[in-house]
Design a protein around this ligand. Sequence first.
Ligand SMILES: [Zn+2]
Length: 495
Amino acid sequence: MAFVVAKVVPLRAGSFARGGLRMTPIGGESAELGWPSVVRATNREPVNMPSAEYLDRKIETASLKEVQKLQQAKLARQLDYLLARSLFYQDKLRAAGLRRKDFRRLRDVTRFPLTTKEELRESQAACPPLGRHMACDLDDVIRIHSSTGTTGKPSFVGLTRHDARMWTALTARSFYTQGCRKQDIVIHAAGLTLFVAGLSAKDAIEFVGAMFVPIGTGASEKALMAIQMLKATAMHCTPSYATYFADWVRREARLDPKELGLKKLFCGAEPGAGIPAVRAKIQEDWGARVTEGLGNADMAPIIFSECPDQSGMHFNGQEFVLVEIIDPESGESLPIEKGVTGELVYTSLERECVPLLRFRTRDRVTVLDTSCRCGRTGFKLRCVGRTDDMLIVLGVNVFPSAVRDVVSSFHPRTTGEIQIVLSEPGPKVAPPMKVVAEFAVGTSDLAGLKNEIEMKIKATLSVPVLVDLVASGTLPRYEMKGQLIKKAYEKKVLV
Ligand SMILES: [Zn+2]
């Protein structure tokens, strides 16, 4: 297949060289703005030698005002670049009747149009391999990742050398925030191929100076062998895998996972690890501290991560990503204050290959706090699910992860495994919503437990449910991401 590379036409010549575009150097502006350039430092040792608490103390503890000033200057620069080099955004802004001069202050960004994943998919289909939104020369792309395809066909994301360094700086800061240190031996029991948090985790963990052990998925024997022989201290995986692997270790190796000596589990790629009851169970299984991270395949592998205080994920990307929280229905930008719930929207601040403006993530989050005992000033949030996963029962929004949270709270009488069975495509679900939940071995009075769970879900989530209790081990386990919804309306095709 021949790749079609878009001819980039600048909206106006401005600061660009005649006779063709030259790449405006994006890296390094932090230094010009009075900040140490973390990105340039990824070539070498960190500019700020890490203290016990922070990898990049200055930016991680900067005031909101300082961060906004930096972001405003960087976004202005990113917009110059974007409008000169991205056909996709040239069209999009023209259609919205907006020009570069319409951005003067940071809050002006809310006037600019949102970008959806569907638009990026269409852009990529129309102009492979990376889409009309690609803003660099294809020759400058050094690596390709893809989205994990949670909601459809995977799409590619390209990185220039500068983008890769930026990802490393941000992802390393996120691992460091979670307590990853030079002395750690980290088992990577997550995807390694196209998955954004595979090779990027390698770069980041090595940048911190810890030892990266590439195990990948579907390799529990190798993971166990490596943990035992290397005396590993930490593991990076999905919360589903942490649960699956603990069961596997007990069943196949006849060992107690606690005895393996892991002290830190860095979880991500799905919401589970932030759900109190799920976290408690994983910590109990492994005798290790569980922290979680949140990223986005189109923006960066990990953008938010939890410090050992375990009180929500800090925003870690101050100089790389502008974060907004919007009302998913109206698109209105909401204040980032404690208690606010909405959809995360990202704008890149120094991306070269595929810079995105106001990208809708579909991740539904709640702001937990704007300060922390650890001293980081990045606000903290918890991801409550994806807006794509949201179900509506009698007009009430329900996230499958919230149902799992309630069922997990009955541990040790339940295993925490659930499935919501849909007889018709969502998001609207005819009441009562059908929930299959596992009871744990040795549990008696199943009728009483069923009644208690139904009452608690009704009281907590305001939706009527019909709970079907099944024996422990009945529901499928997932090594990668858990599936909390069973689409019973989809007939299986036998081949
Ligand atoms: Zn903290």
